[in-house]
Design a protein around this ligand. Structure first.
Ligand SMILES: Cc1cc2nc3c(=O)[nH]c(=O)nc-3n(C[C@H](O)[C@H](O)[C@H](O)COP(=O)(O)OP(=O)(O)OC[C@H]3O[C@@H](n4cnc5c(N)ncnc54)[C@H](O)[C@@H]3O)c2cc1C
Length: 493
């Protein structure tokens, strides 16, 4: 490092690495590099670690301000949590399950799906939601050849679901879930990014329903291995007692123990390739290292690297949508009965509701209900959904308007009046562009980005825009990207 900060000079004998971005992918990359013996510096623009795995305090409760659970379709996150000593903190959500608000009223969301795609169209919950004609159409999936929906002309989530299971599965089950998780219309999203391995599963298991069932079974066994396996292991997600943000605390503590230099408030603004490796300019300092990891969102990563790798410019992804979260802590014992289970997803065309989802956090996580105490509830409503390719349609409201909308939406969705007088405390958190927008064709773009970056010596690019949205994808992919190099015999340097 030159100028600015008086940071200790790394041991001249040790290979050096700079990681740009202190979100979950950057922190994991730093851990892998430190474990391989490198002297690592992490540069984070904000003053908080963890990126989208953030926290805030509302009414004295420390709550997740972004990610609040992880998918259990693989063991990636649970393995990391175990390594960090958090095995006994892994918890399943309350088994009550979630609901979906459709234009014709609320329905329980079937518990056996992946992204809302059912494992069995004749499951009573699914059958109720689809109606007889919808269930018959959905079960056609079993008789269609495995080639249907797995060819290269099926590219979006909606084309896969519509082709194999029909319109009602798409509109009544998949659109609300995809809107809630990815903040976008399923017609815009690359199926192989958003539903990884599902199309391969159709080829292996013969139908979409069977591929979904196989993923759900894998999820059960992945979480069953945890030290405190949840009593009911049927959930597709799990969380951590204390919130997902405690994973970041544990990672940061682990990195400090390993001697990693963690520098927050350091916005990287320039990167150049040097003879010895890479040089990053951030704040009023420059950082030299043999190894560079860029762990940012897609547009920021391309912006930082395009001077060194001009061909990256044409692969710049569209920015993700603006997502605004309104968290309200309310004193409202009428909600003790969990009127909508763990929460409710809203189908896009539902009249009169602006939110895309409501999480009843104290109904979802027992540890949080215990912390909040009887009669006190945590409600989180999310706003902002990409309905058109290319962006521009994000819902932008000021805090007070968002709170007004949240009170109105919560009252309608929970069928219990929620008023300003019930609020103990509230907060708004905005995530601008943090959710990657995996537009159709993104999977191919990812392969091209990876190819370009692999050709630049000493560079690794990681993060949700390449791995796919969600902690399960990001954790597994980041470790694979750094691990692969070691397994290949081309060591991390
Ligand atoms: C509101 C919300 C809710 C979510 N809920 C879930 C969930 O429940 N379960 C789940 O599995 N996933 C969830 N996700 C997705 C998941 O959180 C992300 O996929 C994952 O955290 C992305 O990690 P990342 O490291 O790729 O990126 P990020 O978390 O975006 O980290 C990037 C970091 O880089 C920093 N940075 C940006 N520019 C610079 C720069 N120039 N110099 C230095 N630093 C810079 C940023 O400040 C940030 O800290 C959610 C995401 C959001 C936004």
């Amino acid at each position: 490092m030159r100028g600015g900060h008086a940071t200790p000079k790394p041991d001249a004998e040790r290979r050096t690495a700079v990681v740009v971005g202190g979100g979950i992918s950057g922190l994991i990359a730093a851990r892998e590099l430190a474990a391989a013996g490198l002297a690592v510096t992490v540069l984070e623009a904000s003053n908080a670690w963890g990126g989208c795995v953030g926290s805030h305090v509302v009414a004295g409760l420390r709550l997740d301000s972004g990610a609040e659970s992880f998918a259990t379709r693989s063991t990636a996150v649970a393995d990391l949590a175990r390594e960090l000593g958090l095995a006994d903190k892994i918890v399943a959500p309350h088994p009550g399950g979630a609901w979906v608000q459709l234009p014709d009223g609320p329905q329980e969301l079937p518990k056996t799906g992946v992204l809302g795609i059912p494992a069995n169209p004749w499951d009573p919950e699914v059958r109720r939601s689809l109606g007889l004609a919808g269930a018959i159409r959905a079960s056609l999936d079993r008789w269609l050849p495995a080639s249907v929906g797995t060819s290269s002309d099926v590219t979006s989530v909606s084309s896969l679901v519509r082709t194999r299971m029909g319109k009602r599965v798409l509109e009544r089950l998949v659109s609300p879930v995809v809107g809630g998780v990815h903040s976008a219309d399923p017609a815009l999203l690359d199926v192989d990014m958003v539903a990884p391995a599902l199309r391969a599963g159709i080829r292996t298991h013969g139908s979409l329903a069977a591929a979904v069932a196989a993923q759900r079974n894998a999820a059960k066994s992945s979480i069953a291995g945890a030290a405190s396996a949840p009593a009911k292991a049927g959930s597709a997600v799990a969380g951590l007692r204390g919130g997902m943000n405690t994973l970041v605390d544990a990672l940061v503590a682990d990195l400090r123990e390993r001697g990693v230099q963690l520098l927050s408030g350091q916005h990287a603004r320039d990167v150049v390739k040097t003879q010895e490796g890479w040089q990053v300019a951030a704040g009023n300092a420059t950082y030299d290292a043999g190894r560079l990891v860029v762990a940012l969102d897609g547009p920021a990563a391309v912006g930082l690297l395009e001077k060194s790798l001009p061909e990256l410019s044409r692969l710049r992804p569209a920015p993700g949508p603006l997502v605004s979260l309104v968290t309200m802590v309310v004193d409202l014992p009428q909600l003790d009965g969990r009127p909508r289970g763990t929460g409710i997803l809203v189908a896009p065309e539902t009249p009169g509701i602006k939110a895309k989802a409501l999480t009843h956090a104290t109904a979802k996580w027992d540890w949080l209900a215990d912390e909040a105490g009887p009669g006190t509830h945590v409600l989180r409503l999310s706003y902002g959904r990409r309905e058109q390719a290319g962006g521009g349609a994000d819902l932008v409201l000021d805090d007070d308007s968002l709170l007004a909308a949240a009170l109105e939406d919560a009252s309608a969705l929970l069928t219990v009046p929620v008023t300003q007088a019930d609020i103990v405390d509230w907060d708004v958190v905005r995530w601008a562009g943090a959710l990657p927008f995996a537009a159709v064709g993104h999977k191919q773009r990812v392969a091209q980005v990876r190819q370009l970056c692999a050709a630049a010596e000493g560079l690794t690019v990681v993060g949700g825009w390449l791995a796919g949205n969600g902690l399960a994808a990001v954790v597994a992919d980041t470790r694979a990207q750094l691990g692969v190099e070691r397994a290949d015999g081309s060591p991390i340097l």
